[in-house]
Design a protein around this ligand. Structure first.
Ligand SMILES: Nc1ncnc2c1ncn2[C@@H]1O[C@H](COP(=O)(O)OP(=O)(O)O)[C@@H](O)[C@H]1O
Ligand SMILES: O=P(O)(O)OC[C@H]1O[C@](O)(COP(=O)(O)O)[C@@H](O)[C@@H]1O
Length: 338
């Protein structure tokens, strides 16, 4: 087997497990005699260029660390042809055979853009807390973010119970509700306002009010927790809190979890996913694969054409929708007064 020069970079929102993936790429490559070069600060690193050689000593003891040792960035400039051409020139000068790009769908668009001007192999690895990438069941970082959001909901519940308040907990996800759904299920929230289930603000308010009334009749005047995906409520979480206070006559407190959800040591599922995908990506390089994402479907590695990852919208599975409705949003339709 001919040995290759493999580049790696992390782009877009950092995700817990990116380091575990970099480690796996380096270890798998080194074992097969390949050379690994890490570019820093996402696509900016290809433009500068800003790179360093990686070997197993440099990725020792990083599996447990959040963030990314290669740093990450959003690089608006990379959308221009001139930038991608410049990156291609640098990759050719460094005699790179393949580049592995860890990031979300935006980074994959960047990867595809690069492939128009460079004839090396371009491979994406899904890493985002949002889990909004088509073609992979989960993404690196998703499980850790769920865990963080769930832990936060557990903590919020203590005050919510003590003060008999309604709490609104805003989670990340950009425009997708995967993180919100799993945080709400695992945190046993009472209601979830997610893009995939959202119809209209008035209908949602009435729905919450109805459910709250039934909940209080059954359990007394206790806590009620609502999970909300960011960027969804038309005038933001504070307006929603005010509207709910007016409607229910009770105290409502908004909590925005924010970037806390992106940090922290990756949980085991993210470390294992990241390690598996890193090894698989190196195998794909050896097989000459090009313009694909290496993801996971039904617990097996899956290769998906890069464009498909953003052209096809990832949707809730039927079972996730059923679970959300049954356990949270449609409980008011039961006769809980008996
Ligand atoms: N259409 C595009 N063409 C070229 N590069 C892109 C394109 N879309 C996104 N990128 C690059 O990918 C980076 C990360 O994308 P972004 O959507 O911010 O995060 P993520 O990859 O996590 O979804 C952008 O800052 C930009 O450098
Ligand atoms: O850190 P920034 O640039 O404010 O971006 C926030 C966004 O990044 C995320 O945390 C992660 O999104 P990406 O992985 O797609 O970059 C989103 O959930 C959130 O909307």
């Amino acid at each position: 087997m001919t040995t290759k020069r493999i580049a790696v970079l992390t782009s877009g929102g950092d995700a817990p497990g990116m380091n575990a993936c970099i480690r796996a790429i380096v270890v798998a490559s080194e074992g097969a005699g390949h050379t690994v070069i890490g570019f820093e600060h996402g696509f900016h690193g290809l433009l500068a260029p800003n790179w360093r050689k990686l070997d197993s000593k440099k990725v020792h003891n990083i599996i447990q660390r959040g963030g990314t040792i290669l740093r990450s960035a959003r690089c608006e400039e990379f959308k221009q042809d001139s930038a991608a051409k410049n990156a291609a020139k640098h990759l050719s000068e460094l005699a790179i055979d393949a580049i592995l790009i860890l990031g979300g769908d935006g980074s994959f668009r960047g990867a595809k853009h690069l492939s128009k001007f460079w004839d090396g192999q371009v491979i994406g690895l899904p890493a985002t807390i949002d889990n909004d990438i088509y073609g992979t069941d989960t993404t690196i970082g998703y499980y850790t973010a769920i865990q963080t959001a769930m832990d936060s909901i557990d903590k919020v519940r203590d005050t919510a119970d003590a003060f008999e308040r309604i709490f609104l907990v805003e989670v990340m996800g950009r425009h997708a509700g995967f993180l919100g759904a799993k945080a709400a299920i695992s945190g046993a929230a009472n209601y979830a306002i997610l893009p995939e289930l959202f119809t209209d603000p008035d209908e949602t308010l009435n729905d919450i009010h109805q459910q709250l009334s039934i909940h209080r009749k059954r359990y007394g005047h206790e806590s009620f927790i609502i999970v909300l995906t960011e960027n969804l409520w038309p005038e933001g979480i504070n307006t929603l809190a005010e509207k709910l206070e007016n409607l229910t006559g009770g105290e409502v407190r908004p909590v925005i979890l924010g970037h806390v959800q992106r940090g922290g040591s990756p949980v085991s599922q993210d470390r294992i996913l990241a390690t598996t995908l890193g090894v698989e990506a190196v195998r794909c390089v050896e097989q000459g694969k090009h313009c694909i994402m290496v993801g996971q479907q039904n617990l097996e590695p899956a290769e998906v054409p890069l464009e498909q990852t953003w052209e096809t919208k990832k949707v809730f599975s039927d079972s996730l929708t059923r679970t959300m409705k049954t356990m949270l949003n449609e409980r008011h339709s039961w006769d809980l007064t008996k």
